[in-house]
Design a protein around this ligand. Structure first.
Ligand SMILES: Nc1ncnc2c1ncn2[C@@H]1O[C@H](COP(=O)(O)OP(=O)(O)OP(=O)(O)O)[C@@H](O)[C@H]1O
Length: 590
């Protein structure tokens, strides 16, 4: 409840920022609605009483007040509706931007890769409309309850027994709550199915995976599976809706029976002379009004419940994002000692085993370090831990003796560059594709041009030309995309007050032959010379020993552990696994 109230406060502030005047008008109209409802009910009563007492002036006054109340209700209803749509849409946009900002502030990758985290995401985005509408559903609930109180008060003035109609509303409230919860659980259970279905669909329509899907003729099968998952989620939701509708109908049946009993009570009152026919008219009108007010209360409670469910996900995100302190020391201007790892271990969330086990390494300032190992040995994971994309689950990484966890994540990120194994193919304007490597300089054509030239990347189009066949531009080959990714990473070299302290190259060259790969690594290492002179550590991952041997220091990983390390000469002299693999590759290429 506390979290719900805090979020209500937050969304109310966002709503006021989205349009203070509209919000005040809307709130006034909503609260005024309660007064209008009361005026309508009171005018009905006055109409009945005045006509029974043959007071013409009273009848006229009641008709005028009643008609004015109806007219105000009808006229303001549309204004209210439109204002609400506009305000909720604006608030929703603000909330989406805020959520996006909070996500971008998280310096690690886990929340983007771990399924339960991704599902929380989707639920926040799915419910963002209900969250943005929170102030209005809360106000609507209060106003509807006030209207209910007025109606019930008038009914009680006819006969105290009529208060029982309100008791009959209890099954309605309970049935509604049950139905909301069942629907929410069904949506939660459907989220992973929908995520999987969307991913399968993307496999068929995104050019890169789609070519393999076509080759294996698996498109129809994947499409069927995506459809099946979608259907399963839709069926679960429909079943929950149906079960909820059955319970609601039963509760309304109980309410209708109560309505019949109320009519019997009123008939008895008329029969005994304790009430007039006018009273019967009043009761019918009030009971009908009570029914629509109950519906309103239940509807606004349903919207509040939908938002209420998202509340836990929203606060989870905020707390998770805030657990990564944005504060911290600035990294050194230049590295003196280097980067050290002390007993670092890392386990992916939900995994049964560690991907890195007690890794202790010293990466001296200015050195080039190569990491080798079989597939799945943990090379990419190690790179991501070194660069802070994953926080170690044990041990620590330090930069010139300062733990990375004590550095400002933003400032540390600004001092990293490189190319990852799965580099992005950013189909943007050429200037943007490369310039986003140092986003502050993305508009500086000269800087982008220099990075492209230094990377030896192709000028398939002018700097303002659009890349990507799907956008009508030239489509770079795989090797050309690699060069563009290298150019992007060099943006931090060619512009920027402070060059990178750590440069990583995680096998972005898998498509090149060994000699081309070596040439590219040499070229890259040459290009980041300025950074190395300021102590930057260059970390390479490669399976090719022709590349690996040029590094100052080589680290051999096996099943998440460091099994050997040293210079190429040291490792060859030691005659261990490294030397064996080196000879094997050497023979293969001879
Ligand atoms: N996002 C992830 N979530 C869970 N487990 C992962 C994830 N990424 C990698 N792993 C697991 O961590 C281990 C190490 O993977 P990693 O990608 O670091 O290996 P690698 O040495 O770079 O392999 P390769 O040479 O094939 O690129 C593997 O067992 C892999 O299954």
């Amino acid at each position: 409840m506390r979290d719900w109230l805090r979020l209500l406060g937050h969304v109310t502030r966002q709503t006021l920022r989205s349009g203070r005047r509209s919000a005040v008008v809307l709130a006034g109209l909503t609260v005024g609605q309660a007064a209008v409802i009361a005026a309508m009910a009171l005018s009905q009563r006055a109409l009945v009483d005045s006509s029974a007492a043959h007071r013409v002036a009273g009848v006229v006054a009641a008709v005028v007040v009643g008609a004015a109340a109806y007219a105000i209700m009808a006229a303001t209803g549309r204004i209210r509706g439109n204002l609400m749509i506009i305000l909720v849409a604006r608030t929703r946009a603000r909330l989406s931007e805020e959520i996006q900002r909070r996500v971008s502030s998280i310096p690690t990758l886990t929340h983007l890769e771990h399924a339960p985290h991704i599902d929380r995401w989707n639920r926040i985005f799915d419910s963002s409309g209900a969250i943005a509408a929170m102030p209005w559903s809360a106000l609507d609930s209060v106003v509807s309850v006030l209207g209910l109180v007025v109606t019930v008060g008038l009914l009680v003035s006819v006969s105290p027994w009529l208060v029982l109609l309100l008791v009959l509303a209890v099954p309605l409230v309970l049935a509604n709550r049950w139905a909301d919860r069942a629907l929410r659980d069904a949506r939660d259970a459907g989220t992973p199915l929908l995520r999987r279905s969307t991913r399968l669909h993307e496999l068929c329509v995104t050019p890169e995976p789609a070519k393999e899907v076509m080759l294996s003729d698996g498109g129809a099968e994947l499409g069927r599976e995506a459809g099946r998952l979608w259907d399963q989620a839709a069926r679960q939701e429909a079943a929950a809706q149906l079960r909820g509708a059955v319970r609601r109908s039963l509760a309304w049946a109980v309410y209708a029976a109560g309505f019949a009993v109320a009519m019997v009570i009123v008939a008895d009152l008329i029969h005994s002379g304790a009430a007039t026919v006018g009273t019967a008219v009043l009761v019918v009108s009030l009971v009908t009004q009570l029914q629509s007010q109950l519906r309103q209360v239940l509807d606004s409670m349903a919207v509040a419940a939908e938002a209420g469910h998202a509340v836990s996900h929203y606060w989870w995100l905020r707390r998770y994002a805030e657990s990564f302190s944005a504060e911290g020391a600035a990294p050194p201007a230049a590295l003196v000692e280097g980067i050290t790892l002390d007993e670092v271990s890392f386990r992916y969330p939900g995994a049964g085993d560690d991907a890195l086990r007690s890794v202790s390494l010293s990466l001296p300032a200015g050195s080039t370090v190569a990491i080798v190992g079989a597939n799945g040995a943990g090379k990419s994971t190690l790179i991501k831990v070194i660069t802070g994309l994953y926080a170690p689950t044990g041990g620590s990484v330090a930069v010139d003796g300062v733990p990375v966890s004590d550095l400002s994540p933003e400032m540390w990120r600004a001092r990293l560059s490189g190319v990852y194994q799965d580099f992005a193919r950013l189909r943007l304007r050429l200037r943007e594709t490369v310039g986003v490597g140092q986003v502050r300089f993305v508009r500086q054509g000269a800087a982008v041009g220099e990075a492209i030239e230094r990377a030896g990347a192709p000028l398939l189009t002018g700097l303002e030309g659009q890349l990507g066949a799907e956008f009508g531009g030239p489509e770079p080959s795989l090797g050309q995309w690699q060069r563009l990714a290298v150019a992007r990473s060099l943006m931090r070299e060619v512009r920027g007050d402070l060059p990178p302290l750590c440069v990583v190259l995680d096998e972005p060259t898998a498509a090149l032959d060994p000699l081309a790969e070596r040439e590219m690594f040499e070229h890259f290492v040459g290009q980041v010379r300025a950074a190395r002179l300021r102590g930057a550590v260059t970390v390479l991952v490669s399976h090719r020993f022709t590349t690996v041997r040029m590094a100052d220091h080589i680290v051999v990983l096996d099943d998440g552990r460091v099994t050997e390390q040293g210079s190429h000469a040291d490792l060859m002299a030691a005659g261990g696994g490294y030397a064996e693999l080196y000879h094997l590759q050497e023979r293969a290429y001879r």
